[in-house]
Ligand binder design. Structure first.
Ligand code: C2E
Ligand code: CA
Ligand code: CA
Ligand code: CA
Length: 279
């Protein structure tokens, strides 16, 4: 995500004329938000082709006082530019691992994989694998339930370094998916240089299934490619039954989207989908 001046503009104090002042104020607000626990984890369910719950993705939001609930597109880009993504990312990972540890006591939730978005800035940090190990240890989360989502921006990085870091994390039992597949640097040759378990088909392709024949073909091609590389396929942004049917027939292994379940606050997710829950 890129920091977008227009998106962020509505959060700025209009009396601050100076861009640098506005950014400093926003950074301070984010730091305060972090220390006040204003960042909240939401969770969106993922289902296989038979409609069975198989996993969930963590999506962060900011419960920011009078501004209400702020979505990640309005602060992740800024967090990346300012370096705040490191403490924010660590917070999200820690809370996600706390959830995984809780889920161990629930017969339904204990079987789920939990996907957590990780910024390339976190992957660039040589201390990241050790920090993850510490969090897993401290929370008691089972590493094999944790899946980290990276975007194709990893292909633009020092590949040797990033791939070593990924192998170090994988040796702890963690797996990786490649998010927003097909929208960035889709250098197919690079796919096998990284220890990936899944590709996530970007929701722009899913959106256009049945509208633009080319999108259907792209989705089919990505599924075929994933098969060749022995990768799982997760389709995101499934909003209509026709999209779901197309994906199931195409052999997509798991799906996520408003049709199947919206992102819910963590506690609500646990209530709704846990064994003792609402169903
Ligand atoms: P993403 O990883 O591609 O996440 C999926 C986005 O699609 C989420 O938006 C989700 O709410 C939305 N979505 C889910 N189902 C549907 C659907 O059926 N239709 C449509 N139109 N949208 C759907 P959200 O929560 O606003 O997150 C936006 C982006 O912010 C995420 O995109 C991810 O790149 C980033 N993000 C979210 N949480 C984190 C985090 O903890 N760390 C980092 N680094 N990035 C995060
Ligand atoms: Ca994601
Ligand atoms: Ca995505
Ligand atoms: Ca995205």
């Amino acid at each position: 995500a890129k920091a977008d001046g227009r998106d962020m503009a509505r959060f700025f104090d209009p009396s601050m004329q100076n861009e640098a002042d506005r950014r400093a104020a926003f950074e301070l607000a984010m730091r305060d938000g972090l220390s006040l626990g204003e960042f909240r984890l939401f969770c969106q369910p993922q289902f296989d082709g038979h409609g069975r719950l198989v996993g969930a993705e963590v999506l962060v939001r900011w419960q920011r006082g009078e501004h209400g609930l702020v979505g990640p597109d309005d602060f992740i880009g800024f967090a990346e530019e300012s370096g705040l993504i490191l403490p924010l990312g660590e917070y999200v990972l820690e809370e996600s691992c706390r959830a995984l540890a809780r889920w161990e006591r629930d017969p339904v939730l204990a079987c789920l994989k939990l996907a957590v978005n990780v910024s390339i800035h976190q992957m660039r940090d040589s201390d990241f694998p050790a920090a993850v190990a510490t969090i897993l240890d401290a929370t008691g989360a089972p590493p094999k339930r944790l899946c980290l989502e990276l975007t194709e921006s990893v292909f633009a990085e020092n590949m040797q370094e990033i791939s070593e870091r990924m192998y170090a994390l994988r040796s702890q039992g963690i797996c990786f998916s490649l998010d927003d597949f097909g929208t960035g640097y889709s250098s197919l040759a690079y796919l096998r240089r990284f220890p990936l378990s899944a590709l996530k088909i970007d929701r722009s392709f899913v959106h256009d299934i049945g509208i633009d024949p080319a999108s259907g073909s792209i989705v089919e091609a990505i599924i075929a490619l994933a098969r060749k590389f022995k990768l799982e396929i997760v389709a995101e942004g499934v909003e209509h039954e026709a999209q779901r049917t197309f994906l199931v027939h195409g052999g997509c292994s798991s799906m996520q989207g408003f049709l199947l379940g919206r992102p819910l606050p963590m506690a609500e997710f646990e209530h709704m989908y846990g064994a003792a829950g609402a169903g």
